[in-house]
Design a protein around this ligand. Structure first.
Ligand code: 5GP
Ligand code: MN
Length: 318
């Protein structure tokens, strides 16, 4: 059992690093910090990394301010890579591979490329948080209130508040167990799902005005560019969940969100409701993800990029 083996590695070593994907979401940060909290509670020495800043809404998580954006000049007995379908998702901190002889990849993307020395990929898990919960349980590690806060954040982030089809009865049982540690879950839900800054709300109004519908209103596309962000005093992460508004339209099966990240470079998010496997579409563009949520990066001018995406997507339309 790989989780038992990973448990032994934790018990037998003292010096760890944890890293997750760039442009981190609640699962990347939540699962990393859950593992971090548990390891330090067990007296381990741990550095926790991400290429990018922690999104504002996740800064309430314990030790989120310990996440470093630059690698230290150090070696580790073991490095955990969390929520990364492939090695490139680590971004410009990929040099961490040269700082250890033991990389452990823990993920839930079916498209995972198994890039590490030890790979534990459970595509039935709602989130990496759910896997970390199992890792701790199976190996008899205590789940403190701090760790529970991080795990709960991770799980509800990737399941849209325990609502998406990746939610199983196991996910709900785990959430229940985490709530029993006494965490303030209503406050966490409010922070994650019912809080917006003024900038975000202004940005949302601009983003919604970019809406375009195709294929009998079953495909919705919205976009955001640097100028819109600037006009609203918003940053890239402020737009991270806006793809949901495209998907939520009653007639829509596929929501597409195109975000300008650089001149002629775009990050695309795909969300589907019932039928389309968006991971397959993302993989056509060298991206990846899950059946109902996937993404990729693409270069070119905006109109060409949009046309290109619609052409590929059309092949999946009957
Ligand atoms: P989002 O649209 O929120 O950025 O990502 C949705 C899902 O797709 C997440 O599970 C994320 O990890 C995955 N994903 C997004 N972009 C990429 C990408 O460029 N490559 C891969 N492999 N997965 C991605
Ligand atoms: Mn995830």
């Amino acid at each position: 059992m790989i989780l038992t083996k990973i448990g032994s590695i934790i018990k037998q070593n003292d010096n760890f690093a944890i890293i997750s994907h760039f442009s981190p979401d609640g699962d990347a940060i939540g699962s990393s910090l859950a593992l971090y909290n548990m390891l330090i509670e067990n007296g381990k020495s741990v550095d926790i990394y991400n290429q990018d800043e922690v999104p504002k809404r996740l800064k309430f998580l314990p030790y989120s301010n310990y996440i470093k954006n630059q690698l230290l000049d150090k070696k580790y007995e073991c490095v955990f890579v969390l929520d990364c379908g492939d090695k490139d998702r680590i971004g410009n901190l990929v040099d961490i591979f040269n700082k250890t002889n033991l990389i452990v990849n823990i993920d839930h993307h079916i498209s995972n490329t198994l890039f590490a020395d030890i790979n534990y990929v459970d595509s039935n898990a709602s989130s990496v948080g759910e896997i970390i919960y199992n890792l701790l349980k199976i190996n008899g590690f205590e789940i403190s209130k701090n760790t529970a806060m991080c795990l709960y954040t991770s799980i509800v982030s990737d399941t849209g508040g325990l609502k998406y089809s990746n939610t199983t009865s196991m996910t709900l049982n785990i959430a229940g167990d985490l709530i029993n540690t006494g965490i303030n879950f209503t406050e966490i839900n409010r922070i994650l799902f019912n809080t917006m800054t003024k900038s975000q709300l202004k940005l949302l109004s601009k983003v919604i005005s970019t809406l375009e519908l195709y294929k009998n209103d079953s495909i919705a596309i919205m976009h955001v560019n640097k100028q819109m962000l600037e006009e609203c005093g918003a940053n890239e992460d402020d737009a991270s969940d806006m793809v949901n508004y495209a998907r939520d339209i009653d007639t829509v099966e596929l929501g597409i969100f195109i975000k300008e990240v650089d001149t002629n470079k775009f990050k695309v998010s795909l969300r589907s409701k019932n039928k389309v496997d968006v991971r397959l579409i993302a993989e056509k563009f060298n991206g990846g993800g899950h059946v109902r949520a996937a993404g990729f990066t693409i270069e070119g001018d905006f109109e060409t990029v949009k046309k290109n995406i619609l052409e590929v997507v059309s092949k999946y339309w009957k």
